[in-house]
Each structure stands twice: as structure tokens, then as C-alpha cells.
Design a protein around this ligand. Structure first.
Ligand code: SAH
Ligand code: SF4
Ligand code: F3S
Length: 467
């Protein structure tokens, strides 16, 4: 049965913004209150932090990178692997001394880790100086929760309350001035057996078609040169909308907005990567020729155990179709090594798929058990040492492939969006296929498109010169 969602505007919280501003104007150590926001995890979290910063701006906050200077410290956390969680626990522990030195500082935690009860229980016991905790579903309630924290003086915890609503109109303060994230949907329904995201982000819900197109248009008018559409599985965009819409339709509608910009998106799940989508990319005027299509494993048995709903042949079929329609398509992917019970032969099927496809680059992860997921209860006879050996073997294979892909680009000219000056007089930008190119040039080119001829390949980074 289809789940229905409500669509609401973020107005209920507006008076809390003003009330927080009033309290903080008195409480701040400096002339204006300062917030230090640290973001862990994926672009969804980055986009959420931009909303939190938007709300804080309206409360009169400025921002700092230094925890020592801040009146409010917030860590936006990620639960996807143990390593991510350990980093957060370590860094929160280190804030104890800051709280001792500046008792008025407010320390908060939010994001995916906060939607897991065993984590919030541990925090409550071990970190009494953390006074504000809220989960991904309570983002729109941040002003009220923050107000309660500063006025009540106790600890405010709000997690696990998905009200099945999509909130529009939350103020956003984007980190970049020419590159911006644009969430098109939230949550995930796929329940891959290893993954915590469906538990931390709730059921999949799409933003309304017109809202997304309007926001994209506003970003283009404001001078954004790169827009990345975000969702855990953008290919299932629109399934809960009435009338039903597809991601291909959305991409095509945004692509038809006039302007000089590049349109990216992530992440595509192979199970509903349609030919229609690839056709839209092939005929697009602004759409990047990069497809990030995580395959996770090259073994059909493992894919089934992961509940990925596609097999190796289906994946390779998408790759063949993409290469046929978009000859210069750049493919990247995510892979997990050491899923419970994965044999060495099954791992070798992953390596052979990597060689067969020839990815531009790969994000490789060693499986990390996540409490509450089905895979965490599966038998796992292989040691961490064995998994690390396989991991290195995969990295080595991919390094060769990335190097030869980059080498094949030498001599050709690419249009890149210039992103930053990596050292004085050296700029770096990305091709449409998302490959980094470094070349000599002046900082006035940052935020502009430039044509660059590739002169040399250094593993996965290219050197070039302005054409
Ligand atoms: N929605 C995206 C991925 C989000 S998580 C998709 O399905 O493609 C990003 C990546 O983290 C995943 O693609 C996967 O490779 C990895 N990952 C997720 N859970 C993991 C776990 N428990 N252990 C190791 N890697 C994991
Ligand atoms: Fe996790 Fe799978 Fe959803 Fe991606 S599609 S977020 S891997 S459950
Ligand atoms: Fe991490 Fe949550 Fe993203 S678990 S990867 S921040 S959706």
C-alpha cells in the first residue's frame, strides 16, 4: 500500500527564531552569537546542515570553524559505518573541556546517529554536557528545541518522531556560492540488509515536482553554476506523488531551464535506473555525463543477500546501454568488501566486474555491522585481516583502471567548472565526468567554466593547461 505524506510549510517555528535571537543576543560571549557546525557523512547531511545554518542565521548567529570560540557547537552525525560513529564519540568526548572552560556554551548533536536508541542511551549516560539532541525527523523543529534548551537549562532530547511530512520553506544558508546541493527527496525504502539509512532517515518521500524545479530555477538565477540533485535513490523520485512523476521527467524539466550551469545528481540505484533516464542524460544540454551507480558486489549470491534487487547481468546491461547512448559517460560506484559470508571467489567476481566496467573511480568500503540491520545477525566467518587483504587487492585493481582511464584523457580538451586555487597560481576544477583537473590560472576564474586541455595524468588527477 502506498504511504501518504503531508506537505507543510515551515511557519509554525518562525516565532521561535525571533525568541532564540532575543535570548542569544544576551547570552553570546561576543557581539554576535557564534555557531560551530561540524558535518559528518553524506551530502544529505551537508544539505541538512545548510538548513540548520539558515535557521541559525535568522537567529542572528555568525559562524566559526573553531569550537573554542563558539556559543553553540553542533555535530551533525553519520551512522553508516562504525568508523563514522567512533569519530563522533571521540570528538564529542573532547568537548568536555570546552564546556568546563565556557560553561555557557550549548553543545548539541543531531543527524543519523541520533535516530538510533542505543546511541542516544549511551550519550545520555556518558555525556551529560550534551544538552540538545535531535534526530533527522526533527530538523524543522530545531528553533523550538534550541529555545527550550537555552531557557530550560536541562537536557532536551527529541528523536524517533517521523511525522510523515515534507517541510518546505526552511531557511537555507548554502556553503557554496556557485556549487549547491538540492535535495529532491528524503528517506529510503530499499532496506539493503547491511544499511542503517532506512532506519535513520525513515520512509522515502519526494518533494513536489514544482517546488524542486522552482528552487533549481532560483539557484540558477542566483548564479549557481553547478546544482547537484540529492536523494538516497533519486531513480525512485516521484513514486509517492500524485500525479506520479519520474526522475527522468524532473531532470528533463530542470535541464530545460536556460542558463550556463551543470546539473549533477546522486545517488542512482541500479534497480530502477531506466532507459528513459539515460536517454534524458544523453539528450540533455546541462546534464553531466557522470553516472554514480553503486553496484556493491559483483556476485549474484551476495547481491541477493544484500537485498539489492538486481543481478550482475542487469547491472552490466545498464552500463552497456549508458555507454551506447552516452559514449563519453564516466561511471563511478560504491563497493562493499567483506559482506557477511562473502567467499574469496565471490569477492573475485567483484574484482572482475570492476575490470569489466572500467570505472573512473570507486568508493570502496569494508563491511561494517550496523546494529538493527539483518546483515548484522548473519554468520561472518572471515577475519578483519582477510577482509583488509581483499580490500587492498581491489584498490590495486582500481588504481590501474583509474590510471589508464585518466591516461586516455591526455591530449583532449574538457570544459571544467573551476572550483578552487589549490596552491598559488594553480586552479582545480572538475570535468563533466567528475574527474579533477589541475592547471595554472588566476583565482578570478574560480566559479567559472573554462576549457582545459589535459597534458598529463597522475593516477586519478589530471594536469592541464587553459585551452
Ligand atoms: N543510497 C546510496 C548509498 C548510501 S550509503 C545507494 O544505495 O547507493 C553510501 C555507501 O556506503 C553505500 O553505497 C555502501 O557502499 C556503503 N555502506 C552502507 N552501509 C554500509 C555498511 N554497513 N558497511 C560498509 N559500507 C556501507
Ligand atoms: Fe542504504 Fe540501500 Fe537505501 Fe542506499 S538504497 S541508502 S544502500 S538501504
Ligand atoms: Fe550517514 Fe545518514 Fe548519510 S547515515 S551516509 S549521514 S544518510
Amino acid at each position: 500500500m502506498a504511504i501518504t505524506f503531508e506537505y507543510k510549510n515551515f511557519t509554525d517555528e518562525n516565532h521561535y527564531l525571533a525568541m532564540c535571537a532575543e535570548v542569544m543576543s544576551v547570552r553570546a560571549r561576543g557581539a554576535r552569537p557564534l555557531a560551530c557546525i561540524r558535518t559528518y557523512g553524506c551530502q544529505q547531511n551537508v544539505a541538512d546542515s545548510e538548513k540548520i545554518k539558515g535557521m541559525l542565521s535568522e537567529m542572528g548567529f555568525d559562524f566559526t570553524e573553531t569550537v573554542e570560540d563558539a556559543d553553540f557547537i553542533l555535530f551533525n552525525t553519520c551512522a553508516v559505518r562504525e568508523h563514522a560513529e567512533d569519530r563522533v564519540f571521540g570528538n564529542v568526548g573532547a568537548l568536555k573541556n570546552i564546556k568546563r572552560r565556557h560553561p555557557s556554551v550549548i553543545i548539541g548533536l543531531c543527524g543519523c546517529m541520533m535516530e538510533q536508541k542505543h546511541v542516544t542511551d549511551r550519550l545520555y549516560k556518558s555525556f551529560p554536557f550534551v544538552s540538545l539532541v535531535f534526530g533527522t525527523h526533527s530538523l524543522h523543529r530545531f528553533p523550538e528545541l534550541f529555545y527550550n534548551t537555552v531557557t530550560y537549562g536541562g537536557r532536551v532530547y527529541e528523536t524517533g518522531v517521523d511525522d510523515m511530512t515534507v517541510y518546505e520553506g526552511i531557511p537555507t544558508r548554502r556553503d557554496g556560492t556557485f556549487k549547491g546541493w538540492l535535495p529532491i527527496m528524503y528517506g529510503c525504502n530499499n532496506f539493503c540488509t547491511y544499511c542503517i539509512v532506512p532506519y535513520t532517515r525513515g520512509r522515502e518521500r519526494s518533494r513536489k515536482f514544482e517546488e524542486v524545479v522552482d528552487e533549481a530555477r532560483a539557484m540558477i538565477e542566483a548564479g549557481y553554476k553547478e546544482i547537484t540533485l540529492l536523494g538516497q535513490n533519486v531513480n525512485s523520485y516521484g513514486k509517492n506523488l500524485e500525479p506520479r512523476r519520474t526522475f527522468a521527467e524532473l531532470l528533463s524539466a530542470i535541464d530545460s531551464i536556460e542558463g550556463d550551469y551543470i546539473l549533477r545528481f546522486m545517488t542512482s540505484h541500479p534497480k530502477d535506473c531506466s532507459k528513459e533516464l539515460i536517454d534524458v542524460i544523453a539528450s540533455g544540454s546541462h546534464i553531466s555525463t557522470h553516472l554514480h551507480l553503486p553496484f556493491q558486489s559483483g556476485s549474484d549470491r551476495v547481491l541477493k543477500a544484500m537485498n539489492r534487487s538486481y543481478d550482475r547481468e542487469k547491472y552490466l546491461g545498464i552500463v552497456r546501454y549508458a555507454r551506447e547512448k552516452i559514449p563519453d559517460v564516466s561511471l563511478t560506484s560504491d563497493v562493499i568488501v567483506g559482506f557477511p559470508g562473502e567467499t574469496y571467489d565471490e569477492f573475485l567476481e567483484t574484482v572482475s566486474l570492476v575490470r569489466e566496467v572500467g570505472f573512473t573511480s570507486l568508493f570502496t568500503f569494508i563491511y561494517s555491522p550496523r546494529e538493527g540491520t539483518p546483515a548484522a545477525k548473519m554468520d561472518d566467518p572471515y577475519t578483519h585481516e582477510e577482509k583488509s587483504r581483499r580490500f587492498s587487492e581491489l584498490l590495486k585493481a582500481q588504481e590501474e583502471i583509474s590510471a589508464s582511464r585518466c591516461a586516455a584523457m591526455v591530449g583532449s580538451e574538457y570544459r571544467v567548472l573551476v572550483e578552487e586555487e589549490t596552491k598559488p597560481g594553480v586552479l582545480s576544477g572538475r570535468t563533466s565526468g567528475n574527474v579533477i583537473v589541475e592547471f595554472p590560472g588566476g583565482s578570478e576564474l574560480i566559479g567559472q567554466f573554462a576549457n582545459v586541455r589535459v597534458t598529463k595524468a597522475r593516477n586519478w588527477i589530471l594536469n592541464g593547461e587553459l585551452a
